[in-house]
Design a protein around this ligand. Structure first.
Ligand code: ZN
Length: 303
């Protein structure tokens, strides 16, 4: 599905507690967030916002049953970054997009990038799961803070009734390159006891932020062992995650056709060559609208 399997990949690990009651997903997403920053030329705070979302959605992609299933998370918070969106499939291909890639905001009082202000919290988080059925499964929750990790945690609690802890972090260098990025999601399966929940909260409450841990040289298995200390966790598997876009001329043409013949004729009259930039990878496509209209199939026409 993704042609560009290269150095821009990250490993996503899944682990489980000995009794099977707690699931752990963790990823050092530095490589994919770096790739995103190179493609989108984001400012520091938008790198952090989209980087966090990509990291979270990469893990949500590994909750899907099949490689061809996909999950899209879209956040519209009313902040200056505009809409941000990330997609992952079950095979580990992720991609993302932020409406306004350059947002400059002063840091928060604690020195962290002010992701919540860039994203805004006056809006919703939508999760769209395409499981190959006729209709996708859609869940929507109001935003809590726009800080992304809290909003994903809230989504799992409200929309899926799954107690979840989500931690996400992106550290941006002064020259705007990505120093490190990562995250983890811990989920309680039904039947977890109060004692287990208390222990887990205590473990995770005592942990520094993900990027601090990565900077200290901690690996994702180290982070798993810290979060699930006392639960005898074991690693289940590891999946390669790549930032990768599956756009194609064919797909671009299909998108243009979906506007309907009349609209395409109108566009053709303005300019016979439509230039389309892929919003996920920046690739440029040129479509000759006269050719497209000449070969217009009757079946997809929408007026
Ligand atoms: Zn693309």
């Amino acid at each position: 599905m993704c042609e560009t399997k290269n150095e821009n990949s990250s490993n996503l690990l899944r682990g489980i507690s000995e009794n099977g009651g707690i699931l752990f997903y963790g990823i050092d997403s530095t490589a994919i967030v770096r790739r995103m920053e190179q493609l989108h030329k984001t400012s520091a705070v938008t790198t952090a916002a989209l980087g966090r979302l990509l990291t979270g959605v990469a893990m949500m992609g590994q909750m899907l049953k099949s490689d061809s299933d996909s999950v899209t998370v879209q956040i519209k918070g009313g902040g200056p970054a505009g809409r941000i969106l990330a997609v992952s499939n079950g095979a580990g291909d992720v991609k993302g997009y932020v409406e306004n890639s350059i947002v400059e905001l002063p840091p928060r009082a604690d020195g962290h990038l002010n992701v919540g202000a860039a994203v805004g919290k006056d809006g919703t988080l939508d999760v769209i799961r395409d499981l190959g059925m006729r209709e996708p499964y859609i869940g929507q929750v109001p935003l809590v803070s726009g800080e992304i990790a809290e909003d994903i945690t809230n989504y799992f609690a409200i929309s899926e009734q799954t107690p979840t802890v989500c931690a996400l972090g992106v550290l941006v260098n002064p020259d705007l390159t990505v120093q490190c990025a990562g995250g983890f999601i811990v989920q309680l399966m039904p039947g977890a006891t109060e004692d287990e929940i208390t222990r887990l909260e205590k473990n995770i409450g005592a942990m520094p932020g993900v990027t601090t841990l990565l900077q200290q040289g901690k690996s994702i298995p180290d982070i798993l062992n810290m979060a699930l200390d006392g639960f005898n966790p074991e690693l289940l598997d590891s999946t390669r995650i790549d930032y990768c876009c599956d756009c194609s001329l064919d797909r671009v043409e299909r998108t243009i056709r979906s506007l309907g013949k009349k609209e395409v004729e109108k566009l053709r009259d303005e300019d016979p060559i439509a230039e389309v930039n892929c919003q996920f990878c920046g690739k440029k496509y040129k479509v000759d609208l006269n050719d497209l209209l000449k070969n217009w199939p009757d079946t997809v026409e929408k007026q």
